[in-house]
Design a protein around this ligand. Structure first.
Ligand SMILES: *Cc1c(COP(=O)(O)O)cnc(C)c1O
Length: 375
């Protein structure tokens, strides 16, 4: 038990640093959520909100699930899931027979694959355009739909490697033309930028609350078109109110408490998305001035960016710390979130990081390059 006791005094390594880690920038709690986290930290303490009622009967939560979330997603129905990956699985498991084919973009997240494997599905991928932009051209879905007759198509919007935003709306038209169910994976967009399932023409949209909605998680969000209501929300034969696919209820504990506490601010921050995009584009230009090359779409439309950084790789070959030199030099300058050991290529996110902080980041990269070139 000695090791476990240490956790009590364990401090996070990146506390107080500028953290560029893409999986962390959108999940930072708001002040309100931090308060809710402590208040509702005890297991099942959310049952205190309206004593005697089930979660879905509590007026506060009922309105949130039945009105606020569907409005937010531009969807008819919303449900909470055990993370984005579980939501992807819930859809696949409910609407597709094992052995059937799904068509997914080549930039898909690994959880798309694990979910499909768990559901017993066959996977066909739409290739990307490769270096430097790694674009997905949604027109390429057409021929593959004709060839494979998939039971569902899936698009990652944006993908987690390059932050590319393919033409999701155009794919919505293609899905309608071929009458194929369409799932849009918005793990990096719902909670950061405005997303409307209806505008896009997606049957399902999926988000990750601990990644992009200022929530402690583990929680995913699923927007559903009402034509799938009977399939996805099918009820237990024994407990007539309980939905089987969601095992009766997915919304317990600090996950829902922090999601709801942050929700007003998250609803507001998506309105300022254009500022985030401008900041990302400015950052990308500054990086390129240093000889670091942004991969993925240009001009970039998202805060998640991948850079090819050969000059750092050259330095690492001579440096006493080898490929860990960059991590350590950045840390000295108060910057974290670039994966330790990477020098050839890395990704980062500028989401909700101020221009002043980003100037400091650019300054640090510049200094590290100059310092090492002098050697
Ligand atoms: C992070 C991520 C996921 C998984 O999200 P969870 O909520 O942790 O399950 C799925 N897809 C993409 C594109 C992601 O970036």
């Amino acid at each position: 038990m000695q090791n476990l006791k240490k956790f009590e005094n364990l401090e996070r390594k990146n506390k107080g640093l500028i953290n560029l880690n893409p999986i962390q920038t959108g999940g930072k709690l708001t002040k309100a959520a931090k308060k809710a986290l402590v208040e509702f930290g005890d297991g099942y303490s959310v049952y205190d909100i309206s004593p005697g009622l089930e979660l879905m009967e509590m007026p506060l939560i009922k309105k949130f699930i039945q009105e606020d979330l569907p409005n937010f997603l531009g969807a008819d129905i919303a449900r909470l899931t055990f993370g984005a990956r579980e939501g992807i699985f819930n859809v696949m498991h409910s609407i597709i027979k094992p052995g059937d084919i799904i068509l997914v973009d080549g930039n898909r997240h690994y959880t798309t694959i694990t979910a499909a494997e768990r559901a017993g599905l066959k996977i066909v991928e739409v290739p990307n355009s490769e270096e430097p932009e790694y674009k997905i051209n949604v027109e390429d879905y057409k021929n593959l739909i004709k060839k494979h007759k998939p039971a569902m198509i899936l698009l990652t919007y944006p993908d987690g490697n390059y932050g590319n935003l393919p033409d999701a709306k155009k794919l919505g038209e293609i899905a309608a033309e071929f009458k194929t169910p369409y799932l849009l994976n918005c793990a990096y967009s719902i909670g950061r930028m405005p997303i409307s399932a209806k505008d896009i023409g997606a049957d399902f949209v999926i988000g990750s609350c601990h990644k992009s909605m200022a929530c402690s998680g583990i929680l995913g969000i699923l927007g559903i078109n009402k034509k799938w209501e009977k399939t996805l929300l099918r009820k237990s034969k024994i407990y007539s109110e309980k939905e089987i696919e969601f095992l009766g209820s997915e919304l317990r504990g600090t996950a829902i408490a922090t999601l709801m506490a942050s929700f007003p601010e998250v609803s507001e921050r998506i309105q300022k998305w254009i500022e985030e995009v401008e900041k990302a584009q400015w950052f990308s230009k500054e990086m390129e001035k240093l000889g670091l090359k942004q991969l993925g779409e240009k001009p970039h439309q998202h805060d998640l960016m991948c850079f090819k950084t050969e000059p750092f790789y050259e330095i690492s070959k001579k440096h006493s710390k080898g490929r860990f030199f960059l991590y350590s030099e950045l840390k000295k300058r108060g910057i974290a979130g670039i994966m330790p050991g990477l020098t050839k290529m890395f990704k980062l996110s500028t989401f909700e990081i101020s221009k002043e902080e980003l100037e400091k980041v650019i300054g640090a990269f510049k200094e590290i390059l100059e310092m090492n070139n002098e050697k």
